[in-house]
Design a protein around this ligand. Structure first.
Ligand SMILES: *[C@@H]1O[C@H](CO)[C@@H](O)[C@H](O)[C@H]1NC(C)=O
Ligand SMILES: *[C@@H]1O[C@H](CO)[C@@H](O)[C@H](O)[C@H]1NC(C)=O
Ligand SMILES: *[C@@H]1O[C@H](CO)[C@@H](O)[C@H](O)[C@H]1NC(C)=O
Ligand SMILES: *[C@@H]1O[C@H](CO)[C@@H](O)[C@H](O)[C@H]1NC(C)=O
Length: 326
């Protein structure tokens, strides 16, 4: 919350419309875009809450953004213009100019990680409605994974932490099994207009626990999300992606790595608490966990074991592996 400027609500009679420098005909929703650039936080904490808070206004609503970040408005321009017919008010906000509205909602309604609760949203929208909204917003053609005839796999490649050290071998195995494989690059992922279409053309997404998996919101329904769970990150993996995935209409598979696949094993050895007793690090608080398990480990995936998970993905899509072994 350090990054979010508080909004004060003053209860007073503002008098006549004369005190207004700008008079708007529609209500306003005031929210902050003061978050760091991380797709998970942007989608989970701003975009889905914005959908929850604004969709029932049917675009007859004005957005006023505090902690205004031009890149945010640029990146999510399509979503903002789909939810509101009016130009965002942001950058030039100051105290010398008064905007008047017939009503206001201050702050966004948040339900859960990458999720919304249909029972507490006007119109009873579900995550599937949110995905439909995204398909309309980004002109995504594919609603159902079965519209894609071949197994097409998107591998979310990470370069600094939770990296697959044998990524090339993983791709080779996937191709031998019959997948067409796309490997992401970080730059391409920033352009949602284009990247959402790449994701939507795939029926399997594979990636290590991390923000890149948030792109699963663009997968067609019935697609498979395979999350590779790094050592000792079971709780975060399950909470942020494992639980939301089925509500997005996805088949969720988990590939849980063991200590032998983690670079931490090489760095610390089997008897260090990092490997032998992760709970002891958790009891020291999140900073310790983050430094070691989140930011400080890479993985060398055991292909024999991993293959079984990919076979499960293929079978779910109604295919079989082309080769019998890796
Ligand atoms: C304050 O608002 C006025 C009127 O909208 C505008 O002309 C001016 O440039 C703004 N000042 C700043 C510092 O944004
Ligand atoms: C806004 O309106 C007030 C009161 O009418 C006026 O004093 C002020 O100069 C106006 N501000 C701008 C930026 O026009
Ligand atoms: C993980 O791999 C990346 C890319 O090879 C490297 O830059 C980073 O230092 C590695 N981290 C650890 C903890 O080994
Ligand atoms: C990979 O997993 C298989 C099956 O669990 C196991 O038999 C094998 O020893 C593992 N390979 C390595 C290098 O750990």
């Amino acid at each position: 919350m350090r990054l979010i400027t508080p909004v004060r609500i003053l209860q007073e009679n503002i008098g006549t419309a004369k005190s207004c420098n700008h008079t708007h005909k529609v209500p306003v929703i005031v929210f902050s875009s003061g978050l760091i650039g991380n797709l998970f936080h942007e989608i989970s904490e701003i975009i889905i809450p914005l959908f929850i808070t604004s969709h029932h206004f049917k675009s007859s609503v004005q957005f006023m953004i505090t902690d205004y970040q031009p890149w945010f408005v640029k990146k999510y321009n399509r979503i903002l213009t789909q939810l509101s017919s009016y130009q965002v008010i942001g950058g030039g906000l100051n105290t010398t100019s008064a905007h008047c509205f017939p009503g206001a909602v201050v702050g966004l309604k948040y339900h859960d990680n990458l999720a919304l609760d249909p029972n507490s949203i006007p119109g009873g929208y579900t995550m599937l409605d949110f995905k439909q909204f995204l398909r309309e917003t980004y002109s995504l053609k594919i609603k159902n994974a079965n519209e894609i005839k071949k197994p097409v796999l998107l591998l979310i490649s990470r370069k600094t932490s939770r990296t697959f050290l044998n990524e090339n071998e993983m791709v080779q195995m996937m191709e031998k099994m019959g997948f067409q494989v796309f490997v992401t690059n970080t730059k391409e992922m920033l352009n949602l207009d284009k990247f959402s279409k790449v994701v939507n053309s795939c029926n399997v997404m594979v990636g290590a626990h991390g923000a890149g998996l948030t792109n699963a919101v663009f997968l067609p329904e019935g697609a498979v999300l395979v999350q590779v769970v790094p050592y000792a990150l079971t709780w975060a993996s399950d909470t942020y992606y494992g639980q939301p995935a089925p509500k997005m209409g996805l088949k969720y598979l988990e590939y849980k790595t063991v200590a032998e696949e983690s670079s931490l094993m090489g760095s610390y050895g089997p008897h260090d608490p990092v490997i032998a007793d992760p709970q002891s690090l958790y009891s020291r608080g999140y900073q310790a966990v983050r430094a070691i398990y989140v930011d400080g480990q890479n993985m060398t995936i055991n292909l024999t074991k991993f293959r079984a998970t990919l076979v499960e993905a293929l079978v779910h899509l109604g295919h079989r592996p082309l080769t019998r072994k890796s």
